[in-house]
Design a binder for this molecule. Structure first.
Ligand code: ATP
Length: 230
C-alpha cells in the first residue's frame, strides 16, 4: 500500500494556499511541495509574500484558502529584524531559547561551533555584528531539531564567506534528512547552491531545479517581449 505523503517525515505539501492582510490578496493559490532532505530557495521581489508564506507554513497565520500538510514538526528562523538584539542575555542563552524538545540531543555549544561562533558564546547579544546575529539565529533555529525548517532571509546582510559557511551548514542539515525552505534575494548563479527553487510573486511563477527555473523565467520574459533570451 502506498504511504500517504503527510505521514512521510519531512515532507510538506501546500495546495491552493491563499492569504490576505486586507482587501488585496497577498498570496493566491500557492502550490508547493518539499521533499525530505532537500534545500529549497524561495525567491521573489520585495513584498512578494515570502515571509507571509513561511508564517502560514509555520502556523503563525491561518490561510484564507487552501490546505497544507506536513509530516513532522516545523521550525522557523525569523528575520534578523524581528529580534530585539538589546535583550540582556548571552549568545549561548539565546541559542538555548531555541530548544523545544525536552530531551534534545544537541547542545548550544555544539551548534555555535558549527556556525563558527563557538568563541563568542559568552558575548552579549548587543555586541554582535549583523553577520554574527544571522549565525546565532541559525544556531537557535537548529536547536529546535524540527523535521522541516523554514528560514526567513538567513543570508541577508552578510559577507560572501559567511554566506558560504551558512549555506554549508544548511546543506549538511539537508544531507542529514532535514527539509529546508530558505527565503532569499539570491539570483543568477547563486541559485545553484540549492536543490530546488520556487519563484514567488503573490503566485508561484516558476518552480524546479535552478536550471529549469532560469529557463522557465527566460521563456516567460521572451513571451512578454523582453530581450533576455538573446
Ligand atoms: N502584518 C501585515 N499587515 C499588513 N500587510 C502586511 C503585513 N505583513 C506584510 N504585509 C504586506 O504583505 C505583502 C507581502 O509581504 P511579505 O513580508 O510577506 O513579503 P516578502 O516577499 O517577504 O518581502 P521582503 O523580501 O521585502 O521581506 C507586502 O505588500 C507587505 O507590505
Amino acid at each position: 500500500m502506498t504511504e500517504p505523503h503527510s505521514s512521510i517525515k519531512g515532507h510538506l505539501a501546500a495546495r491552493n494556499l491563499s492569504y490576505s492582510y486586507g482587501p488585496k490578496p497577498t498570496l493566491e493559490r500557492v502550490d508547493l511541495e518539499l521533499q525530505p532532505g532537500t534545500l529549497t530557495a524561495l525567491v521573489g521581489p520585495n513584498g512578494a509574500g515570502k515571509s507571509t508564506l513561511l508564517h502560514l507554513l509555520h502556523g503563525r497565520l491561518q490561510p484564507s484558502g487552501g490546505t497544507f500538510e506536513c509530516g513532522g514538526s516545523v521550525g522557523l528562523m525569523p528575520q534578523r529584524a524581528a529580534i530585539d538584539w538589546t535583550f540582556p542575555i548571552t549568545v549561548r542563552d539565546m541559542v538555548r531559547l531555541g530548544q523545544t524538545k525536552s530531551h534534545g540531543t544537541t547542545t548550544a555549544e555544539t551548534l555555535l561551533e558549527r556556525v563558527g561562533m563557538g568563541e563568542m558564546r559568552g558575548r552579549r547579544l548587543n555586541q554582535l555584528s549583523g553577520g554574527q546575529q544571522q549565525r546565532v539565529l541559525l544556531a537557535r533555529a537548529l536547536m529546535q531539531q524540527s523535521d522541516v525548517l523554514l528560514l526567513d532571509e538567513p543570508c541577508s546582510a552578510i559577507d560572501p564567506p559567511s554566506r558560504e559557511h551558512l549555506l554549508g551548514v544548511m546543506r549538511q542539515q539537508a544531507s542529514s534528512g532535514q527539509t529546508l525552505l530558505v527565503s532569499s534575494h539570491d539570483w543568477g548563479s547563486a541559485l545553484d547552491s540549492y536543490d530546488r527553487v520556487v519563484v514567488l510573486d503573490r503566485r508561484v511563477l516558476a518552480a524546479g531545479s535552478p536550471a529549469e527555473v532560469r529557463d522557465q523565467l527566460n521563456d516567460m520574459a521572451c513571451l512578454m517581449g523582453s530581450h533576455c533570451c538573446g
